[in-house]
Design a protein around this ligand. Structure first.
Ligand code: GAL
Length: 409
């Protein structure tokens, strides 16, 4: 009997390992066209983006996937229901673009939907999952964003079961055809009928940090990453709203499984330097995929400095893959703690207030055991901090952060 149980456990473990063996253990990093360019994607844009990411050494920081979002397709399907790239935007097709980005060391990503039409009204992959997965794989695509679009398809009353069946169909097709492809699910809560941040779609149940996890409990088994909110935009209010809606999701995060609070807006809109720094820091400690969303062909130096902060990226890419949780919340100051390998940890102190604040925080409030000898490093100032006494005192500007890496000496 015992033998039988052990055998079944082994089979389950093997299944999980083989189901998701794309080798993407830590959060995917790269660039996605949507936030800045919407449907204005083209071969030139992608090539210039790849060139710029190489030149600015973004590739050396780990930014690897270049993802073309919605709008790359032609308005109708081709022979045998194959997807066609828009000939005007991509005159040489997707395969040659894959070769181009591969030669520079990047992987290409692409977008489709588990519906008849994508959110932008282009042909989707519903019922054609195997054909399209094979096509992506033949082209050499290594990242598929799969975006559920009920409104565009007038399908708002679909059951969770049906949506899940559609998401699984692409999961199965990709796993069978090329398990090295990152599967990025974008359904924002529709499976459970609860859309975080979109009041109009909410059912009766109030989403709280205690029950929020139930919205996405099915996701780690299927996707490398899954969107946990509706769309981001480059405003402080939206970024804070998304941050709040990540509370309660931490235990879903682990190697090869990531909550996705949406692509980065760092460098977009009118975000201040402090806000850009906070946005990037928060996504890093949330163990979120780091998908840049600005025009990387023209990055101001101070923005480049933010997105290439290797000490912060190391926190994001820590192999433990734990997502930070909030451990303190008073007077506009919030503290998040992300456990790291080797009993290290990252602490992010966020000042949400519209004014600078002088702080005297107990090390204890940061989750630090004072008795232990510890090394504290400020990841924005890139220097070690002397730990004297029970308190850490600092000043944090409005909407800014302090991020510390804390380790035993
Ligand atoms: C939305 C999605 C965006 C973008 C857009 C394209 O549903 O959340 O990230 O992919 O569709 O139409």
């Amino acid at each position: 009997m015992k033998k039988k149980i052990r055998c079944s456990i082994l089979i389950i473990v093997l299944c999980v390992v083989t189901l998701k063996s794309n080798g993407q253990v830590t959060p995917p990093m790269g660039w996605n066209s949507w936030n800045k360019f919407r449907f204005n994607v083209s071969e030139n844009l992608i090539k210039e983006t790849a060139d710029a990411m190489k030149k600015q050494k973004l590739i050396d920081c780990g930014y690897r996937y270049i993802v073309i979002d919605d709008g790359w397709q032609s308005k109708s399907l081709g022979k045998d229901s194959l997807l066609l790239a828009d000939e005007k935007k991509f005159p040489n097709g997707i395969e040659s673009l894959v070769d181009y980005v591969n030669a520079l060391g990047f992987e290409l990503g692409i977008y489709s939907s588990p519906n008849k039409l994508t959110c932008g009204g282009y042909p989707g992959s519903l019922g054609l999952e195997r054909i399209h997965a094979k096509q992506f794989s033949d082209w050499g695509v290594k990242f598929v964003k799969y975006d559920y679009c009920p409104a565009r398809n007038k399908e708002k009353s679909n059951s969770g079961e049906l949506i899940l069946k559609r998401l699984k169909a692409m999961h199965n097709a990709l796993s069978d055809i090329d398990s090295s492809i990152v599967y990025a699910i974008c359904e924002k809560g529709w499976v459970s009928g609860q859309i975080p941040n979109a009041r109009s779609y909410r059912k009766q149940i109030k989403i709280t940090p205690q029950n929020r996890k139930e919205l996405f409990h099915w996701a780690p088994e299927l996707g490398t990453m899954w969107r946990t909110t509706n769309d981001i935009n480059p405003t402080w209010g939206k970024i804070m709203q998304i941050l709040d809606s990540q509370e309660g999701l931490a235990t879903l995060s682990g190697p090869d499984s990531f909550n996705d609070p949406d692509m980065l807006e760092v460098g977009n809109g009118k975000l201040t330097l402090s806000e850009n720094r906070s946005h990037f820091s928060l996504w890093c400690i949330l163990t979120a995929p780091l998908m840049l969303g600005s025009d990387v062909r023209n990055i101001p130096d101070e923005i480049l400095e933010i997105i290439t902060n290797k000490e912060l990226i190391d926190i994001n890419q820590d192999k433990l893959c734990k997502q930070a949780e909030k451990i303190y919340d008073e007077n506009g100051i919030e503290i998040f703690l992300k456990p790291l390998l080797n009993k290290e940890m990252a602490v992010c102190i966020l000042n949400r207030a519209d004014f600078a604040q002088d702080l005297m925080l107990k090390w204890e409030d940061l989750g630090v055991d004072e008795e232990e000898m510890i090394l504290v490093r400020d990841l924005w100032l890139h220097k070690n901090i002397k730990k004297e006494g029970k308190y850490i005192s600092t000043k944090i500007d409005a909407h800014d952060v302090m991020v510390l890496r804390i380790s035993k000496n």
